[in-house]
Design a binder for this molecule. Structure first.
Ligand SMILES: [Zn+2]
Length: 440
């Protein structure tokens, strides 16, 4: 590139058209129709509806592979697919089950640049309340990261040492005990909302992320669009109102965005995908039913499963796993919609060293109990993790504020466009993002 062109590029990159403080709230599992069709469904969610009336909204957001919370939240914050950021699933791959259901808590696992870093580069201070993959994240000035282990009270001590020093103590002096990390209830959301609002009022961060888990939790238990889910959403709407009020008091020129990570589908059936791998000699269980040896193992992803091979380049093992999967797919009782291989996983932006991905049909999910029957009634009433192309898996994007340059219905958008759009709102950029900001 000619020197003067490089200079012009640098000027464009460093002199944004607009620069605003930003509040980004995620409502886990919020489907676009929950907001856009709220009146028809009799949902009273005035704060979320205000984004539709006064701001801009996607009719749907197409997500990533897999449509799970942690991969999706990392894409929302980086603008890249799981293949690039590396957050492959919620839980880390743990074939022998020794990690006590550890999740991808640690920002060190995210290989891509985040909006927290972009905000810092744009000169904004940053804060976070409970966003996934935030433990030890660079560029969060006030961090209440998401982590739990067992729900024992010792988890409070763990969070205290992983959070920004003194932050929890100061907020708890004003507000009482902070929600435990393992608490995914709407009451937990209410606690985090109070802490976030207080943090915004006292420290006035230029960019703040807030994550609310309660709707997803209830959609799993009671199903999407259930009375319980609707009641949860109405409570969460009030939380959006109080967060927006705190943000606009701290920064009258603030932009506020509400996102979600995936849609939801009703489920009624658990498929025990472990069992046929045991029968085929690809997994060995000990007397207690735990995995003692494995060559190929399904990695739970809700409405799908990644198939991991101990030797991913062993052609004989690949062929053996492929033959087993083809045989399972031929059995209608297994409810398998599609099996994709490594090149297709890569084409869809899926992370991982997975050798195959098994997508279940809507209504079925992978069961977690290796001792269960092959097919059984599901414990959950709602699930995600199904193919991102399905309308049921679409998620939400709402944005409002001065000078955002976006109005009304933005149509169907790709999730990877959200982060670069928000970086631009803050007067910054995310050079590594895979797609252009909205409005360009
Ligand atoms: Zn989620």
């Amino acid at each position: 590139m000619l020197p003067w062109l490089a200079l012009a590029g640098a000027l464009i990159a460093t002199v944004p058209a607009m620069a605003a403080p930003l509040l980004l709230v995620s409502i886990d599992g919020l489907r676009p129709g929950d907001v856009l069709e709220a009146d028809r469904r009799g949902l009273r969610i005035p704060n979320l509806r205000r984004f539709v009336a006064e701001g801009a909204y996607a009719s749907g957001v197409t997500g990533v592979l897999p449509t799970l919370t942690y991969p999706s939240h990392t894409t929302l914050l980086t603008g890249v697919s799981p293949a690039r950021h590396g957050i492959a699933n919620n839980t880390t791959f743990d074939p022998a089950g020794i990690n006590q259901v550890g999740w991808y808590w640690y920002a060190a696992d995210d290989r891509a640049e985040t909006l927290w870093t972009a905000a810092h580069r744009a000169g904004l201070s940053t804060a976070n309340v409970h966003w996934p993959v935030s433990v030890g994240a660079a560029d969060i000035d006030n961090n209440l990261p998401q982590i739990w282990r067992t729900g024992h009270d010792d988890d409070r001590k763990l969070l205290r040492v992983l959070a920004t020093p003194e932050l929890i103590d100061g907020l708890e002096r004003d507000l009482g005990p902070y929600a435990q990390g393992i608490d995914e209830s709407v009451d937990g959301d209410a606690s985090r909302t109070r802490f976030a609002a207080r943090l915004i009022a006292t420290r006035k961060p230029g960019f703040v992320t807030v994550y609310l888990a309660g709707l997803d939790h209830i959609e799993h238990v009671a199903g999407p669009e259930s009375a319980e889910a609707n009641a949860a959403l109405e409570r969460i709407d009030a939380m959006i109102g109080s967060l927006a009020e705190a943000e606009r008091t701290a920064h009258p020129d603030a932009v506020i965005a509400v996102v979600s990570d995936h849609g939801f589908a009703s489920v009624d059936t658990d498929i025990n995908l472990i069992r046929p791998f045991v029968a085929a000699g690809l997994i060995r269980l000990d007397a207690a039913g735990r995995v003692s040896e494995w060559e190929a193992e399904p990695w739970f992803a809700g409405g799908s499963a990644a198939i991991m091979l101990a030797r991913p380049d062993d052609t004989a093992l690949i062929a053996k796993a492929r033959a087993l999967l083809d045989r399972l797919k031929a059995d209608p009782a297994m409810r398998i919609a599609e099996i994709i291989d490594r090149p297709e996983i890569a084409r869809r932006g899926g992370a991982t060293a997975a050798s195959f991905f098994v997508y279940f049909q809507l209504g079925a999910e992978m069961g977690r109990d290796p001792a269960a029957p092959l097919v059984s009634p599901s414990k959950s009433k709602g699930m995600h993790g199904f193919a991102a192309a399905l309308p049921e898996m679409r998620s939400t994007f709402l944005i409002a504020g001065p000078n955002i340059g976006l109005h009304g219905n933005l149509g169907e958008i790709d999730m990877r466009r959200i982060a670069p759009t928000l970086a631009r709102v803050m007067g910054g950029n995310l050079p590594g993002a895979e797609m252009q900001p909205l409005g360009r």
